[in-house]
Every structure is written in structure tokens, then in C-alpha cells.
Design a protein around this ligand. Structure first.
Ligand code: GAR
Length: 203
């Protein structure tokens, strides 16, 4: 499986996935990094690993044609969104139907949707006073954070948590959960029936 990772930030999830592929833990390779700006930390991580970077200018439909051409040139057959703060246009979602994942830093369907990203999610979780949060890996559909859920893992929200401390503990979960979900796709252990995601046991 040839993966493109889309990211806007520091790229710690990019690193976790790329490392797991390089270590042979996932039968796949990260062949492209798509970044929303040249200054994003993820670009340095990709360059260090000799993974090509494509910086998107905008991501409206005409520009997506160029992006789709770049994806085709690198023979990308799977996309992982890892903190990519732009809406993915419908044409790209449809081209990668059931082959595009996203990670969200909370337990969807709670604390998701428009405007819920990064530290805003953790602020909302703490403000709401819920006792658990965590991470969700889901299939990307044409809305924000609504696609079928592949894997979730929860952690306890501590009374002493700040958005930053919660973000750090959720990220630790993400770095385990995202490579695990991608591995299931790479090994073809996932079947999708409507909103139901069926996971075959690893033999
Ligand atoms: C991660 O916590 C990811 O779940 C979140 O952005 C962070 C990126 O961190 N994504 C969203 O909030 C999407 N709604 P990273 O750049 O270190 O991987």
C-alpha cells in the first residue's frame, strides 16, 4: 500500500506512521507528504526521511486536479489525514472512497464537527466536565468527522488536566492507534458495510 499523509502541524502522527512503515511493522510505505504550508513542522520530518513533500496552495476543486495528478504520479492508493486543517473536497473523497482515514483527538461522535480541531477539542472536553476522552480513527466522508469509525481508544480525563496535558496524553494514544488502523487496511483485514466496519482477526 502506498500512503500519502496530509498534515498541517508538527507531524507527530506522520512520524509514528512513517516509522512503523520503515520498521516493517506495517506492509506499506509513506510515499508522499501533503502539507498545507511549507513552514509546517511535518515538512522537516518528511525531508529528514527523504519523503517528497507537496504543498497545496488551496484545496478548492480546480486545484485538486493538480493534487490528484501528484497523487497519481506517486501511485498513492491510500490517504491518511493527520492534523490536516483544510476541508477535503468531495471529488478527492470520492476518488479515495474507503481508502482515506482521519484521526480525531476525542471520542467521536462527541466533540467533533466544524471548528473542532486541535486544542479546541481538548478545551471543550474539559469545559464539559466529561470523565473520558481519547482518539478516534475514522473513514473520511464528505462531512467533518462523521465517517464510519474504525478504531477508538479512551483515556481518563483527570481533574488536574489542562488542554495541553490532555492533548499530550491523547497524542500518545494517537501514535499507537493510527499505525494500528493503517496496518489493518494494509493487511486487507477491513470490510466496510454501510457504517459498519468489520475487522477480521490477524492470523
Ligand atoms: C492531532 O492531535 C490530531 O488528532 C489533530 O491534530 C493533531 C495533529 O498533531 N487533528 C484534528 O484535530 C482534526 N480534527 P500532529 O501534527 O503532531 O500529528
Amino acid at each position: 500500500m502506498r500512503i500519502a499523509i496530509f498534515a498541517s502541524g508538527g507531524g507527530s502522527n506522520f512520524q509514528a506512521i512513517a516509522d512503523a512503515c520503515r520498521a516493517g511493522e506495517i506492509p506499506a510505505s509513506v510515499v508522499l507528504c501533503v502539507a498545507s504550508s511549507a513552514g509546517a513542522g511535518v515538512c522537516d520530518r518528511a525531508q529528514t526521511m527523504n519523503i517528497p513533500v507537496f504543498v497545496v496552495k488551496g484545496i478548492s476543486d480546480p486545484e485538486t486536479e493538480e493534487l490528484q495528478a501528484v497523487l497519481a504520479r506517486h501511485q498513492v492508493d491510500f490517504i491518511a489525514l493527520a492534523g490536516f486543517m483544510r476541508k477535503i473536497p468531495g471529488s478527492l473523497v470520492r476518488a479515495f472512497e474507503n481508502r482515506m482515514l482521519n484521526i480525531h483527538p476525542a471520542l467521536l461522535p462527541a466533540f467533533g464537527g466544524t471548528g473542532m480541531y486541535g486544542s479546541r477539542v481538548h478545551e471543550a472536553v474539559i469545559a464539559e466536565g466529561v470523565s473520558s476522552s481519547g482518539a478516534t480513527v475514522h473513514i473520511v466522508d464528505e462531512e467533518y468527522d462523521t465517517g464510519p469509525i474504525v478504531l477508538q481508544e479512551s483515556i481518563t480525563v483527570l481533574g488536574t488536566d489542562t488542554p495541553a496535558s490532555l492533548a499530550m496524553r491523547v497524542l500518545e494514544v494517537e501514535h499507537r492507534l493510527y499505525p494500528k488502523a493503517i496496518d489493518l487496511f494494509a493487511r486487507k483485514l477491513i470490510q466496510i458495510r454501510g457504517r459498519e466496519v468489520i475487522i477480521q482477526p490477524k492470523s
